[in-house]
Design a protein around this ligand. Structure first.
Ligand code: ADP
Ligand code: MG
Length: 368
């Protein structure tokens, strides 16, 4: 049959555009939660409590004790591209906070029922607001959409209900609620390791016992023991390395240059042999993925562990913000940065040196 003639080009409706954009940022309950945790950390919280119903599909709630949100900002809170973290394009290169382009809450409001209760220290009461499609929406039909005063502690509680109720294809792509819940626990656990000064809890709604709970003010080592168990914690090695160690240590240049970086790693020694690699990677305090770094880390251990055995590795890498391109993908998961080959090699060399040095001293111990 002959090729069909050209179809007319039409402009998509704004609501369709926004729902598509939302789908790129919020893939599943765990990705919504990651954005919300980052917001709570950006707000300086020391306590973050997560409550989940039905794998986060029915309810995903996060309560923090951070700065709160100013009452006057509530009307534009869930609008796309509204943020308190970025004002000019050049700010992108100095970014130190997690979020930066004001899309997370907007996205959530396009694919779920979103409500916020928030109180700043200066407020005499808390305010509650509900959002749909980027804007304030009435709590009950026929009432005003304005935020309502209510009781509440300093900080912010964000409630996300019926995620993807209006995007059935996305909903059907999700796994079972227990699998989605496992992903949620994984995100909370990883942020709790990276922020041992913050108290985290995560529980199913109605359950008296949280599935994850950490105290505030613990150390990384303590957090690893608590969350991943003694079998890992007792075999953990710690290493730090930076662009200035060790040879350039007495460099007279004090201003951080474009290439400056430092890495902090906790990783198991050869005594620990798991079936599957556990790899936590934070770049500039953001939980990210890097196939390149993961492969490099796996390669170190092939020379240390028997075939089929895998380590536990937590790596936190801080790079001069100017050399990281966090603007690559809306989900900000795969991060790209300058001189990555060189930096990865330096880190892997340092990890390897520590691993080898450790196993030699062990052999030596056994021999004496
Ligand atoms: P971004 O984090 O990129 O700025 P978001 O949509 O995630 O965009 O959040 C929009 C704004 O809402 C933030 O810039 C911040 O000012 C405010 N905000 C969101 N969550 C919180 C929170 N838990 N505590 C305080 N302020 C918050
Ligand atoms: Mg954010």
């Amino acid at each position: 049959s002959p090729a069909p003639g050209p179809q007319p080009i039409r402009r998509l409706e704004q609501s369709v555009i926004n729902r598509i954009a939302a789908g790129e940022i919020i893939h599943r309950p765990a990705s919504a939660l990651k954005e919300l945790i980052e917001n709570s950390l950006d707000a300086g919280s020391t306590s973050i409590r997560v409550t989940i119903k039905d794998g986060g599909m029915k309810l995903l709630q996060i309560q923090d004790n951070g700065s709160g949100i100013r009452h006057d900002d509530l009307p534009i809170l869930a609008e796309r591209f509204t943020t308190s973290k970025l004002a000019t394009f050049s700010d992108l290169s100095r970014l130190t906070t997690y979020g930066f382009r004001g899309e997370a809450l907007a996205s959530i409001s396009y694919v779920a029922h979103l409500s916020v209760v928030t109180k700043t220290k200066a407020d005499s009461c808390a305010w509650k607001a509900c959002y749909a499609d980027g804007a304030l929406t009435p709590m009950k039909a026929g009432t005003s959409a304005d935020p309502k005063p209510c009781a509440g502690n300093d900080g912010t509680t964000i409630t996300v209900e019926n995620l993807f109720y209006n995007t059935p294809t996305r909903l059907s792509a999700l796994r079972s609620s227990s699998e989605e819940y496992a992903r949620i626990l994984d995100v909370v656990t990883k942020y709790a390791i990276h922020n041992p000064h913050v108290s985290f809890t995560c529980r199913k709604a109605g359950s008296p016992i949280p599935d994850v709970t950490t105290p505030s003010a613990s150390t990384t080592q303590q957090a690893i023991r608590l969350l991943y168990g003694q079998s890992i914690a007792k075999e953990i090695l710690h290493m730090t390395v930076s662009s200035r160690t060790p040879a350039e240590e007495d460099d007279d240049e004090e201003v951080p240059d474009k290439g400056s970086w430092d890495a902090d790693a906790y990783f198991t020694n050869a005594n620990y042999q798991a079936k599957k690699l556990v790899f936590l990677l934070f770049i500039n305090h953001r939980l990210v993925e890097s196939t390149k770094i993961r492969k490099a880390v796996e390669a170190i251990y092939t020379g240390v562990l028997p075939k089929g055995a895998s380590p536990y590795v937590y790596l936190s890498l801080n790079i001069e913000p100017r050399s990281v391109d966090v603007n690559v993908h809306p989900t900000k998961r795969e991060v790209h940065f300058l001189n990555d080959d060189e930096i990865i090699e330096r880190i892997c060399d340092a990890v390897q040196e520590k691993l080898v040095g450790q196993s030699q001293s062990r052999v030596f111990e056994y021999q004496t």
